[in-house]
Design a protein around this ligand. Structure first.
Ligand code: FMN
Length: 138
């Protein structure tokens, strides 16, 4: 299985989560690499069996949460006819960031099969379960 993880990150938490996801897939025998949203091309996406898209939570901490850096995510290549999963990192409360990111990724052409939010200080506890869930779904 070939998994492409695409992330948007300001201070590194989401990049770290993306790299952990790619590492976790490789540990289970798949191929996986993580790319910043501005550094992934259509050929790479086209070769993926699953595209995982992650970003940070942007908002007013307890309301108005939305996917951070969504302008850059809109500019990433199309994800036509691909299965996808989404995730966000957050500090206090992600609100509906995962659902909103799922809508964005579906608008890019993908079929979203799962999503989760990871507290920025609990990546080591939360990311492995996400990877296991993905591997069970595809
Ligand atoms: C401008 C700004 C707004 C944020 N708003 C929220 C928020 O509404 N809720 C929340 O839980 N975290 C919020 N955060 C925290 C980030 O989502 C969190 O630290 C995330 O892990 C950062 O990811 P990154 O290191 O990949 O940039 C905000 C951070 C910034 C810089």
């Amino acid at each position: 299985m070939n998994v492409v993880v695409v992330y948007e990150s300001r201070t590194g938490n989401t990049r770290h989560a993306a790299e952990m996801i790619a590492h976790g897939v490789r540990e289970q025998g798949g191929n996986a690499e993580a790319y910043p949203s501005t550094g992934v091309d259509l050929t790479t996406i086209a070769a993926a069996d699953l595209v995982v898209v992650g970003t940070w939570t942007d908002g007013l901490f307890f309301f108005g949460q939305r996917p951070g850096g969504s302008m850059k995510l809109w500019q990433m290549p199309e994800i036509h006819h691909k299965k996808a999963a989404v995730f966000c990192t957050y500090a206090k409360n992600p609100g509906k960031t995962v659902d909103k990111l799922g809508d964005l990724v579906e608008a890019k052409g993908a079929e979203v099969i799962g999503g989760d939010a990871f507290h920025r200080n609990k990546l080591a506890e939360q990311v492995p379960g996400f990877v296991n869930g993905l591997m069970a779904l595809v």
